[in-house]
Design a protein around this ligand. Structure first.
Ligand code: ATP
Length: 355
């Protein structure tokens, strides 16, 4: 096993900067997720770690080896592709054995390692089949077994679950997490699915326009997003972003004072944006000191809870309430922003992911 050190890596393709001066340290045995919208540079960063592309500048080390200019075969990595990339003319057992044979591993050892990897992935019964005779989930397992069998220092996964249907995806997500926790191999996992990122990774690096905006534990990224983009890209619904005006250690939202958990040091009168998660809003049916008066605009029953869209002056805020909360469109409500969960997210004119 080995950690990965990425130092000031930049990569451009014909004038497009795909990865822009990224530095990232991935610990030995860590599960790091690269998360971001399409085109943000996740796959390019993964390919640079793998050695399929070489950076224009910067340095990559795996363990204490500088691999910046090494070919993929010399990096002690294994990659799982979105398309699985199985050889259609080879049986499952030969697909899994392929890399070992390329490395001239002895026949008996190949047999025992293929069996071991197949057992780990629960595909022993499929070893004699061809890829076309497998379901999507089974192909995905073979692709992972083919990576594991190499016992690499680092496993790189590029959207490995995105070809599966929703239910299988959910199941494989938990299975993969369990497996990778057990084998404790350093893993870098690319996805644009924030649920996958939150549920699987030890840490998540959120990317946009080739840069890493924030790298932290899933709970930290969810609860304390570094900026408006991260706040609105992560979480369903996205964090509510509300315009406010700073005044000492409080902000004023639609004329109501809201306390910030930390002193802002902003000059009084500065326009800011604050973030609050839907589940951190206490909804009251009667007026309450310090609560924001709101009107119910939309009610969405989501099975486990109701998601309310509320008009607060010119702002639109989403709050979740229990399914037995009696409410109808047009009702007046009062919103109490839970102490300690309001986040200051910078100036009011910063843009979100849709801009
Ligand atoms: P997706 O989720 O859609 O796969 P991504 O975040 O993985 O997106 P990349 O594939 O890394 O993004 O692409 C980042 C940027 O670099 C994009 O603008 C893309 O068009 C560009 N790019 C990537 N590879 C190449 C290439 N080989 N030639 C030209 N441009 C490229």
């Amino acid at each position: 096993m080995a950690g990965i050190t990425i130092e000031s890596i930049t990569k451009s393709f014909a004038g497009v900067t795909a990865v822009d001066n990224v530095s990232l340290t991935i610990e030995d045995g860590e599960f790091m997720v690269l998360l971001g919208p399409s085109g943000c540079g996740k796959t390019t960063l993964l390919r640079l770690i793998a050695g399929f592309d070489l950076p224009d500048s910067g340095r990559i080390a795996i363990g204490d080896r500088d691999v910046t200019d090494s070919p993929p075969g010399r990096r002690d990595i294994a990659m799982v592709f979105q398309s699985y990339a199985l050889f259609p003319h080879l049986r499952v057992s030969d697909n899994i054995a392929f890399g070992l044979r390329m490395h001239h591993v002895g026949k008996d050892e190949v047999t025992s390692r293929v069996r071991e990897a197949a057992e780990l992935m629960g595909i022993e019964a499929l070893l004699n089949r061809y890829p076309t005779q497998l379901s999507g989930g089974q192909r995905q397992r073979v692709a992972v077994a083919r990576a594991l069998v190499m016992r690499p220092s680092v496993i790189l996964m590029d959207e490995p679950l995105s070809n599966l249907d929703a239910l299988l995806r959910l199941q494989m997500r938990a299975e993969l997490k369990h497996l990778l926790q057990d084998i404790k191999t350093t893993t870098v996992y690319v996805t644009h699915d924030q649920v996958e990122a939150l549920s699987m990774g030890d840490r998540t690096a959120v990317m946009r326009d080739g840069a890493v905006l924030q790298c932290a534990s899933p709970m930290e990224v969810y609860d304390r997003p570094g900026d408006i983009f991260v706040a609105t890209f992560i979480g369903n619904p996205p964090m509510n972003i509300v315009r406010a005006v700073a005044r000492d250690s409080v902000v004023k939202v639609e004329g109501v004072e809201v306390a910030l958990p930390e002193a802002s040091n902003l000059p009084a009168g500065t326009e800011v944006s604050i973030g609050i998660r839907a589940e951190n809003i206490e909804v009251h049916t009667e007026a309450l000191d310090g609560a924001l008066p709101a009107t119910v605009a939309v009610i969405e029953p989501l099975g486990s809870h109701l998601l309310l869209t509320l008009a607060v002056g010119a702002e639109s805020i989403k709050a979740s309430v229990r399914t037995d909360f009696a409410v109808k469109r047009g009702d007046p409500l009062w919103l109490e922003l839970r102490q300690g969960s309001v986040r200051l997210l910078g100036s009011a004119n910063q843009s979100g992911p849709s801009d």
